[in-house]
Design a protein around this ligand. Structure first.
Ligand SMILES: [Fe+2]
Ligand SMILES: [Fe+2]
Length: 293
């Protein structure tokens, strides 16, 4: 019998070795909600974590940001890119590090780390691209939402491998998508698990809400724009790359079943024309993969 949803989600709250987010992320979040924060005070806090500074400067100077001038200090990065972009970079780099560390601790034959990161980074880069091109949502926010949208899957596979295997096996036996199998087997699905942990980590609300609604978008939701962008990027990436259940032998064959009705309505032109523009984004994704992993 399926467990009750609240009991199931509470298990995630009780995980003893659930890593905590580095204090720098909480501090940067707090500072960005404080109107007295200046470029200098923000830079001073970030500079306490030299590993993040190093990665951040590498990232902002990469082709990914396409800046003409080289940036050499955190202060310059904050002036040129703005507070929000800095927050999103710190958040992305720290969480990715933490989740990747988690993945490397225990191997699970059913959960393939490489395909998980290829999917997540693909959705992140594509979300950023679509938000910028379609002018829907903030590109940097969409990047983080895309990067972390499926973290519920990773947490389930790592902490509750038996439940994860049950989902995968059920999907294989019945020919279902991962999400549809989850709905049958588990009391709560990966968007709810991701939301629960992101809330626990006190990460920004728009991130939690977008993770929650990336497969089920409520009209008028505060994170509506980010959600349709991530949903569209997810559908396109699923049409090109392999995942746990799908070897994707015909990449580029758009799988319309993945898209939410609102994504089809508002971003259909992007979905329909993906075969023309996706190869360009694929190059960006491969650059980002080389950088992040
Ligand atoms: Fe998902
Ligand atoms: Fe996904």
């Amino acid at each position: 019998m399926k467990k009750i949803k609240t009991v199931f989600l509470k298990q995630f709250g009780k995980i003893r070795d659930l890593p905590s987010l580095p204090t720098i992320v909480t501090k940067v979040n707090e500072m960005l909600n404080d109107p007295n924060t200046t470029n200098e005070s923000l830079s001073r806090v970030i500079e306490k974590d030299q590993a993040i500074v190093f990665k951040m400067l590498q990232l902002v100077n990469s082709v990914f940001f396409g800046l003409r001038e080289k940036i050499s200090t955190t202060n310059e990065a904050a002036i040129i890119l703005g507070f929000d972009a800095i927050r999103n970079i710190v958040l992305s780099l720290s969480t990715l590090n933490l989740l990747d560390h988690l993945l490397k601790q225990k191997s699970n034959d059913h959960f393939k780390a490489t395909s998980f990161w290829r999917h997540s980074i693909g959705v992140a880069v594509l979300s950023r691209y679509l938000a910028g091109e379609a002018m829907i949502g903030d590109p940097e926010k969409c990047f983080v939402c895309g990067l972390l949208h499926d973290m519920g899957k990773l947490l389930l596979a790592h902490y509750f491998p038996d439940d994860f295997i049950q989902v995968i096996e059920h999907a294989r036996q019945e020919g279902l998508s991962y999400l549809d199998a989850e709905k049958t087997v588990l009391p709560a699905c990966h968007p709810e698990i991701g939301y629960f942990i992101v809330k626990k980590w006190e990460m920004p609300t728009h991130l939690a809400n977008t993770i929650f609604s990336h497969h089920n978008i409520q009209p008028g939701a505060t994170c509506f724009n980010e959600s349709i962008i991530v949903n569209t990027a997810d559908g396109i990436i699923n049409s090109y790359y392999a995942d746990f259940l799908n070897n994707n032998t015909s990449p580029g064959n758009i799988k319309y079943g993945y898209f939410a009705p609102d994504a089809r309505k508002l971003l259909n032109v992007w979905i329909e024309t993906a075969p023309h523009w996706f190869p360009k984004v694929d190059i960006l994704i491969n650059d980002a993969l080389a950088f992040f992993l």
